[in-house]
Every structure is written in C-alpha cells, then in structure tokens.
Design a protein around this ligand. Sequence first.
Ligand code: ADP
Length: 282
Amino acid sequence: MSVSENCDHDCASCGESCASRTAAAIQKEKLNELSTVRKVFGIVSGKGGVGKSVITSLLTCAMQKKGFQTAILDADITGPSIPKMFGIHTRAQADGHGIYPEMSEGGTQIMSSNLLLENETDPVIWRGPVIAGLVKQFWSDVIWNDVDYLFVDMPPGTGDVPLTVFQSIPVDGIIIAASPQELVGMIVAKAVRMAYEMKVPVLGIVENMSYFECPNCGEKHFIYGDSHVEDFAAQYCIDNVARIPIDPSIAAMCDAGQVEKIEGNWLDELADALVNFTGNAD
Ligand code: ADP
C-alpha cells in the first residue's frame, strides 16, 4: 500500500497500514500469556507455488532434528498446506484460555486456518481484513507451549496481508523462498525490499527446484540455466544461501503427509545460521 497523498507523517492519527508507518506507531500483538516463543522467523516468497511451505516445513524439521522445540504458524490463510504436509487432518481445540495447536508426529506445534475449517477442503473466501485478523489471533490467542523457534509460513507477495503480518507479529528475521526463474525477475526483489522497509533482517535465501540430481550417476543438471542465487544474495547482502533440488519424492512425501521423513541436509547450514543469529535478542 503506498503512502497517502495527504500523509502528514503522524502515524498516531492515521489508520492506514502503509509500509511507511514508523516503528513506534506499529502496535505489535501481545502473545497469549500462557505462550512462550523465543525466536520467530518468517518464510517469504514473491509469489505462490515456489515451494515456500516446503521450505518452511524442511527448515522446521532441520531445527527439530537439532533438538529444539519448534512450531509453525501457517499465515498462508487462503492456501494453507502445512497441516497436510505433516499428515494432520484433525481440528484444533479451544477453551477459555485459548486455542491449542495440533502436534505433528515429530513434535512440531502447528496452527493453520485448515485446522479451523469444518472440512479441510472448504475454500477460505474471506476478505483481507478478516484474514489479517486471523493471523493476529494465531499469535495472540494460540497457546504456544515453550517454543524455541516458531516459523511463520507467510502469505505470498507484498500485499496488505503480508504487510499486516510484519506489522503485528514480532518477526526476528526472514528467509526468502524463490524459484530459479524468479531470481532473474523483479518479484522476489520486491519481497526483499519490503522486509528491509519493515526493518526486518533478511537472514537467508533458499533457491528451490535449483537443479535435478541424476539418481544414477549423481550429476547435477541445472535445467533452468545457470543459478543466479549467489549474485542475488550478494546484491542484497544476504549471508546464507541454500539450494533444494527438484525431486519428485519431495512432492510425493509432502502429499502423503510425510514431510518429517524426507532425508536431505540441504537446509542444515541455514538452520545453524539461524541458531547463531542473536539479533533482536530478547
Ligand atoms: P508455496 O507454499 O510457495 O505455494 P508449496 O511449498 O506448497 O508452494 O509447493 C508447491 C508444490 O510444489 C507442492 O506440491 C510441493 O510438493 C511441490 N514442490 C515444492 N518444492 C519441490 C521440490 N523441490 N521438488 C519437487 N516438488 C516440489
């Protein structure tokens, strides 16, 4: 959302959620008093379908394997795919204290709009403010139990909803999810710039579907041409770069709700970098 022509830069008297709101004027949502969340990382993409949810899940699993308590807040309200990837088809329970996340087999706490629908195939046809309100509730009303790392699967793009998420949830840093083709275009750059405008550090970039590794000889084929991820990372001063290959078994395991059983250490170094990240220490 652009700055209004009539902007007098007094955010306290203005209700617009534009990207130029000053930090002091941004009202972060309060965490539920029964929750403990130590660090929050958002996974952001310029558009849908690039593997943002797969990356969120694999990064969470990498952190889980290191022995940390993990959680996923699925803020992709209209395209929620996290519960299915973890094989969760139940509905979230609530009482007077708040809403309880569902727990994956490996111990990750998960909250998603799909856990609130009567049927998981029901479409979410809500307007932006309702969607943004639900994301805020996922932060303020859900009881997150002793979480070391909470990953937010952000809504794709740079529209009103991702903007509200940035403004209302105290995100410590973001990781960019991109496909090889996107890195030569401008869409992903817009997502990076949005994070910088919101004063949120960009801690890493993951190029998904980066290459195909021949199962017979192990040779890597860069089917989208030479990778541009290193250049992109250098241009935007992003320290950590990771790559995930195109692998039909990734899609099959996600479809079967077995994302926690995917073997692959593509995101281990990025997970280490996140563990070592001390910015915005509380
Ligand atoms: P997004 O969250 O960006 O919309 P998803 O993570 O839901 O995208 O991924 C979209 C589809 O692509 C899913 O069916 C997923 O299983 C598949 N997919 C993602 N990454 C890979 C990969 N590296 N190899 C094979 N299939 C993938």
